[in-house]
Design a protein around this ligand. Structure first.
Ligand SMILES: Cc1ncc(COP(=O)(O)O)c(C=O)c1O
Length: 411
């Protein structure tokens, strides 16, 4: 009789879905908040005291930032940050090799060139030494990604950026609630961008925000995001030529309502994450990211583990994930490859992206060993699992143990 569900055995975590909240979560308060906007007939933020304005203030305060500028999504949050600090044609911006494509496409969207740096596989965030190696006289900024909610090493990156006169942008699309040394991420560098897309831990389906502690940058970002207008001034006065990145009042109201519950959710995910990491570490071959006392709070997008086939008698990662899925655990592979390997970085697909005469790296020739190794071993669990009770986490652990004990069945 086969034991593993992939072979027709009983699924170890068949009950898991019933033990974790259905994503995205919403409550009656959220419904009420949305209906209030609908009935108010004020669906656009262009008035003083709007829902979006209230959300900007609340989220910025929660994230230890002075200013928040809400936008339509996390991709344009990065574009807005880059435009605000003045990144433009021909500038180079250093980005980590392991991230979602928006980290790099925001750079090309403002006419600049993304330069990939390697990562530290223990934290899945950019390696400061690799960043240092990539700095040239064209480098204008560094974007760090707090990958899966794990904060980049700001103790090293920030002084490095300052020493080289570079702006530091924190792509915090995964990192709502994340803290580095007791301070929330996003405005520790010059500017930070967040996403509120449906899969994110705080969501309105779509949405984003830029955070900063710098008054001048905040004012400039606000102007750029509102097609050169100033809220409170006549609607057809425009002070600069730019675009419209505004968030709707529906998004603002929903986020404001959800933000009330969010700190509690972060606490729960943080402590569940620590619990899961301690259990997984005992199994062997499914190593969580490094525990570091400077990471005082983990916001989560993915729970990342690094799979070592040698500890599973050579079972390939893809088969391990298939077996885990069959047991009822919704594991995945994160982004699956370093970003420079995406078809978007092939020569034929880069035609027309950079102006003629630009010196652009041959992305097809890049090989960053730690990014390659990390993505080959990465297995991810979606963050809603961490909103379940301990029983749900125990099912994840016992499913992995079961695969390890019965691995001969699928070799
Ligand atoms: C690291 C990172 N940056 C930026 C974004 C862009 O956010 P959005 O999907 O809201 O445009 C995402 C979205 O998944 C992301 O994961």
């Amino acid at each position: 009789m086969p034991k593993l569900a992939i072979n027709g055995g009983l699924a170890e975590a068949a009950d898991l879905r019933g033990k974790i909240p259905r994503w995205p979560v919403f409550t009656e308060d959220d419904r009420k908040a949305l209906m209030e906007v609908l009935e108010s007939r004020r669906w656009c933020r262009l008035y003083r005291g709007s829902r979006v304005e209230m959300f900007e203030d609340s989220f910025a305060k929660y994230h230890d930032a002075k200013h928040g500028i809400a936008v339509a999504n996390g991709t344009v949050a990065l574009e807005l940050a880059l435009k605000t600090i003045g990144v433009g044609y021909g500038d180079e911006v250093i980005v980590p090799a392991v991230t979602f494509i928006a980290t790099a496409s925001a750079v090309t969207e403002v006419g600049a060139i993304p330069i990939f740096a390697d990562i530290d596989p223990e934290t899945a965030t950019v390696d400061p030494r690799s960043v240092e190696e990539k700095i040239t006289d064209k480098t204008k900024a560094v974007i760090v990604v707090h990958y899966a909610g794990y904060p980049a090493n700001l103790d090293e990156i920030l002084p490095l950026a300052r020493k080289n006169d570079l702006f530091l942008i924190e792509d915090s699309a995964h990192a709502h609630g994340t803290e580095w040394r007791g301070r929330k991420v996003g405005a520790i560098g010059d500017m930070g961008g967040f996403s509120f897309q449906e899969s994110k831990s705080l969501t309105a389906g779509e949405g984003g925000i830029v955070l900063t502690n710098n008054d001048e940058l905040a004012e400039k970002a606000r102007l750029i995001h509102n097609i050169g207008r100033v809220v409170g001034r006549p609607g057809y006065e425009h002070y600069i030529l730019s675009s419209n990145y505004r968030m709707t009042e529906f998004q603002g109201a929903l986020l404001l309502s959800k933000l009330k519950r969010f700190p509690e959710e972060v606490e729960k995910k943080h402590s569940n994450g620590e619990y899961l990491a301690s259990k997984l570490r005992k199994i062997g071959g499914v190593e969580p990211l490094r525990r570091d006392p400077r990471v005082t709070k983990r916001g989560y997008y993915f729970f990342v583990l690094r799979y070592n086939p040698e500890e599973f008698s050579g079972l390939p990662k893809s088969k391990f994930i298939e077996a885990l899925n069959a047991e009822g655990v919704p594991a995945g592979t994160g982004y699956g490859m370093p970003l420079y390997k995406q078809p978007a970085f092939r020569k034929e697909n880069l035609k027309g992206i950079f102006p003629k005469g630009f010196q652009v790296p041959d992305y097809e020739k890049i090989y960053l060993p730690r990014a390659e190794k990390f993505t080959a071993s990465e297995v991810t669990l979606p963050h809603p699992i961490l909103l379940g009770e301990r029983e749900a986490l125990d099912l994840v652990v016992s499913s992995i143990e079961k695969i390890k004990e019965n691995v001969e069945e699928i070799l």
